[in-house]
Structure formats: C-alpha cells, structure tokens
Design a protein around this ligand. Structure first.
Ligand code: NAI
Length: 286
C-alpha cells in the first residue's frame, strides 16, 4: 500500500490512475499544519477553526474584544485534544497584525495557513455615511487583510509553502444599498488577492523555490453569500425572507458551508489554484 505522507499533494508527473488506493482514507488532511484564523472566536471564523481542528491542524484564533468567547473556544478545542491558542488584537492596526503573526510563530514555530476572516459592517447610505464609518470598515476588512498577509507572507516565502485565504462577500461582487464602505472593502480583497497571489509565485521563483513538486504559496478569496451568523442577527425576519427568495437554493448559508471551501483551498491538493474568487452563495450570484 502507498505510504504517501498524510498531507502531501499527488506527486507531479505520476499517472494518478495507476496509483494504489491510499491505505487510510480517513487520515486527517491538515495534520500538524498551523492555521491562524482572524475573528476566529465566533460565526464563520469559529466554524473554520473547528473544521481545521477536526482535520488535525494546530489552531490559532484571533479575536478583538470578546475574550470570554475566545477563551470558550480555546477550552473547547483543548478539551478535544487540539493544540490551540488565542490571540487578541485589532486587525485595523498594522502593529497589532504584525504582533499577532509574531505571537503565532513564537507559540507554534510556523504558520501554514492564514485565514483573513475578521470583518465588520457599519451600514448607512452614501448620503449619511460619516468619515469614520468609511475609514473603520476599510481599515478592518481590507487593510487588516493586507497587514496580516504582509507579515505572514514573509514567513511563507522563506519556507516556500503557505496558504492565504481571504473572506470577502457577495456584496463585493454585486454591491448593496447602505454598504458602500463594506462593498468597497470586500471588492478590494479581489485585487489584493490577485496581487498577493502573483507576488508570492514571483518571490518563490526568484528564490528558486517554485519546483514542480512544491505545494507552493497560494492566495485565494472566498466570497460567501448570506450566512446565518451574528452578522445577520440584526436583520429583520421579513428582510431575511426577502433575501432567501433571491437565493436559488432557498436557504441561508451555514458557517460550515464556508469552512469546507476554506478547508479545501488550504489543503495541499489545491496547489494549482491561486488568485481566484470562490463564490459560496447558493447561486445568488452567477
Ligand atoms: P461575526 O460578526 O459573527 O464575526 C466577525 C469576527 O470578526 C468576530 O470574531 C470579531 O471578533 C472579529 N473582528 C471584528 N472586528 C475585528 C477587529 N477590528 N480586529 C480583529 N477581529 C475583529 O461575522 P461573521 O458573519 O462570522 O463574518 C465573518 C466574515 O465573513 C466577515 O469578514 C464577513 O464580512 C464575512 N461575510 C459574512 C457574511 C454573513 O452573511 N454572515 C456574508 C459574507 C461575508
């Protein structure tokens, strides 16, 4: 039987059809990989943390204010034997981003996967939007992803492997009344993703680390549709019914729907996918 390492990609140049079937199909795909999820204490971020933990990853979760919730997640993961840590910081601060990435490297010795999930809304029509509404949403949702990625990439390029996954939104693709700041921040992630993806490959090639067999450094974006989390808690039932009517599969998404795609993109098997935007929206945008 094949003794292929638990997380290695199919070797290039092999005829896959003639490979022996893996001995253990239930093997954890992320064994020993260190994953840092910003805004990991609740909602989509917590689902992503749990999904990685189930697959054997070491999980570092970022949070901004709710220390109790973060501690709760940490205890839950540790009770299940998961190596985990939580890291407080405001991703709207470049210094906090650099410090948090440094903390994760210090605690776990490496960083394989960064998920830029932390995000906020501050909804108002353009006419009513204040300077602060605009700047704070851009700072957290877009600049936060940039500064986190900048710090993580340095380490990933040096090691020659890594994954960055940005959590955008369907609103970045289609816009929304009252969300000029949010929509701009979320479509900003598309350009950021593509540029980071190109630069990562460029830097690897320059350093002679872009070989046929490497899992490389990839950067992708997941753009969720409407997902049932705290972020939608303030949306009135009637409005939610209206939203569901526009979704071909006729339901809101679940945090797990997003976690599964993130998980796939983070795996070694996704090494030929970079600079892409993955819509996960029940067909609302197509
Ligand atoms: P949520 O509000 O439940 O969680 C947001 C997380 O971000 C929290 O853990 C919070 O602590 C963290 N956070 C907020 N500001 C922060 C800051 N300044 N520094 C560090 N962490 C900060 O939201 P949800 O729904 O789980 O959303 C997660 C991501 O998914 C966000 O980027 C959001 O824009 C995106 N998204 C959500 C959708 C939804 O329908 N729930 C739809 C499309 C995208």
């Amino acid at each position: 039987m094949s003794t292929q390492a638990t997380t290695s990609a199919p070797p290039s140049g092999h005829d896959i059809a003639t490979e022996e079937f893996p001995a253990d199909r239930r093997r954890p795909r992320m064994q020993g990989k260190v994953v840092f999820v910003t805004g990991g204490s609740r909602g989509i971020g917590a689902a992503i943390c749990r999904s990685f933990a189930e697959q054997g990853a070491v999980v570092a979760a970022g949070y901004s204010r709710d220390a109790e919730r973060a501690q709760g997640l940490l205890t839950e993961l540790q009770e299940h034997g998961v190596e985990a840590s939580v890291h407080q910081g405001n991703v709207g601060s470049a210094d906090d981003c650099r410090r948090a990435v440094g903390e994760v490297l210090e605690a776990h010795g490496r960083l394989d996967v960064l998920v830029n999930n932390a995000g906020i809304t501050s909804d108002k029509t353009v006419a009513k939007m204040t300077d602060e509404d605009w700047y704070k949403v851009i700072a957290v949702n877009l600049s936060g992803a940039f500064f986190m990625s900048q710090a993580a990439l340095e380490h990933m390029i040096e090691r020659g492997t890594g994954r960055i996954i940005n959590i955008s939104s369907i609103i970045g693709e289609i816009g929304n009344i009252g969300q000029a700041n949010y929509a701009a921040s979320k479509s900003g992630l598309f350009g950021l993703t593509k540029t980071l993806a190109r630069e990562a490959c460029y830097q690897l090639a320059k350093g002679g680390k872009l070989t046929e067999d490497t899992i490389g450094v990839t950067v992708n974006t997941v753009a969720p549709g409407f997902i049932a989390t705290d972020m939608l808690a303030t949306v009135p039932e009637k409005v939610l019914d209206g939203i569901k009517a526009q979704i071909p599969v006729r339901r809101l998404g679940r945090p797990d729907d997003i976690a599964r795609v993130v998980h796939f993109l983070a795996s070694d098997y996704a090494s030929f996918i970079t600079g892409q935007v993955w819509g996960v929206n029940g067909g609302q945008e197509m």
